[in-house]
Design a protein around this ligand. Structure first.
Ligand SMILES: [Zn+2]
Ligand SMILES: [Zn+2]
Length: 303
C-alpha cells in the first residue's frame, strides 16, 4: 500500500520545488529534496515572505529526508537538489538522474559537483534513467531521460513511479506539460492512482511556452484521464507561476469532472490554501513593503 503522499514544498506553497515524501508499507522516500526562489520576477527580488517560506519548507524537507530510506534526484536544478547539504544523503539509498548521459552542459557540471559533494555518503548510489528497482515490497520505476519541458535545451529529467500493494503514485518532475509523447507514455504505461505533474509553463505563454504546447499538454492530460484509473491529478510547479492557471486547462477540468477525478494543486492536496507568492510578488511589496526577515535564508535563488 501507499500509506502517505506528502507534498513538502511546491510553487502553490510559495516556493519553487516539487519536493515530495512518499511512504509505503516498507519504504520512506523523498523525491527531489531541494527548494529555490525566482531570483527576479517582474524585475523584483524575492520578498521577505518568500524567504521565510523557503526556510519553512526546507525544514520540512530536511525532517522527512532525515527519516527517509531513499532519496531521489530527478535532475540537477537547484529547486530539485541542494549540493550544500550533502549530509542529508548519508546512509541513504540514492537514485539520481544519470550525470553524463542525456544531460546538457549546465546540468552535467552541477551533477559532477553534487556527486563529488556526497561522495562516500550514500549507502547505495544508482543512476536511475530507464531502470526499475525492487526494494522489499515497493517498486520504484524511472522513465528513460525525457526532455525538461518541450525541448532538450534545459536538459533532461526522469519521471518516477512508486508502486506498492497494487497502488501507484507518479511524479513527473519538470515536464512542463506534458507535451511530448515519451513524457506522457510513461504515465500511460505506469497507470498511477495519484499523479503529480509539473503542469504547462503558461506564465511564459506566447514567448517561452507556445500555445501549441499548451494545447498538446491539455490533450495529453485528457488522454491520461481517459486511459487510466487516475483518482487525483495534482498540477503544480511551473504551472502555479501563472495567476490565470485555472483558465488554461479548461478541457482537463471538464474531462476530470466527467470521471470524478480531482484536479488540484499540491497545496490543496494537503489541505493548505494556495499561496502563489512568486506570481504575487508585486502585490507582496505593495502590501507589506520591504519588511525585515532575519532567518537563515536556506535554499537558493539560483535557477
Ligand atoms: Zn528543472
Ligand atoms: Zn523545477
Amino acid at each position: 500500500m501507499i500509506r502517505k503522499i506528502v507534498p513538502l514544498a511546491f510553487d502553490s506553497f510559495g516556493v519553487r520545488s516539487m519536493a515530495t515524501y512518499v511512504e509505503t508499507d516498507d519504504l520512506r522516500i523523498v523525491i527531489d529534496p531541494g527548494v529555490s526562489l525566482a531570483p527576479l520576477r517582474y524585475g523584483l527580488e524575492p520578498h521577505p515572505l518568500e524567504w521565510k517560506r523557503m526556510d519553512e519548507t526546507w525544514e520540512a524537507i530536511k525532517e522527512r529526508a532525515e527519516e527517509a530510506d531513499v532519496l531521489i534526484v530527478t535532475h540537477y536544478h537547484y529547486d530539485h537538489h541542494d549540493p550544500d547539504h550533502p549530509e542529508l544523503y548519508k546512509g541513504k539509498s540514492v537514485f539520481v538522474k544519470h550525470p553524463t548521459e542525456n544531460i546538457n552542459k549546465s546540468q552535467r557540471g552541477r551533477a559532477e559537483y553534487f556527486l563529488e559533494a556526497i561522495r562516500g555518503m550514500p549507502k547505495k548510489l544508482e543512476f536511475s534513467d530507464g531502470k526499475s528497482f525492487q526494494l522489499g515490497k515497493t517498486t520504484i520505476t524511472f522513465s528513460k531521460a525525457v526532455c525538461h519541458g518541450t525541448n532538450p535545451r534545459l536538459g533532461y529529467v526522469t519521471e518516477v513511479s512508486v508502486k506498492s500493494g497494487g497502488e501507484c503514485f507518479l511524479h513527473t518532475s519538470d515536464v512542463e506539460g506534458p507535451s511530448l509523447d515519451d513524457q506522457v507514455r510513461f504515465i500511460l504505461d505506469e497507470k498511477p492512482d495519484v499523479l503529480f505533474v509539473d503542469g504547462p509553463m503558461t506564465y511564459m505563454l506566447g514567448f517561452r511556452y507556445s500555445y501549441k504546447s499548451l494545447e498538446i499538454s491539455n490533450e495529453n492530460l485528457v488522454r491520461v484521464l481517459k486511459e487510466t484509473n487516475l483518482q487525483t491529478l495534482v498540477l503544480d510547479h511551473h504551472f502555479l507561476r501563472d495567476l490565470k492557471y485555472k483558465q488554461r486547462i479548461k478541457p482537463v477540468y471538464e474531462a476530470a469532472e466527467k470521471r470524478g477525478v480531482k484536479v488540484i494543486t499540491a497545496a490543496e492536496f494537503c489541505g493548505r490554501k494556495v499561496e502563489m507568492l512568486e506570481a504575487l510578488r508585486k502585490e507582496l511589496y505593495a502590501k507589506y513593503g520591504e519588511m525585515k526577515y532575519e532567518g537563515e535564508k536556506k535554499g537558493t535563488v539560483k535557477e
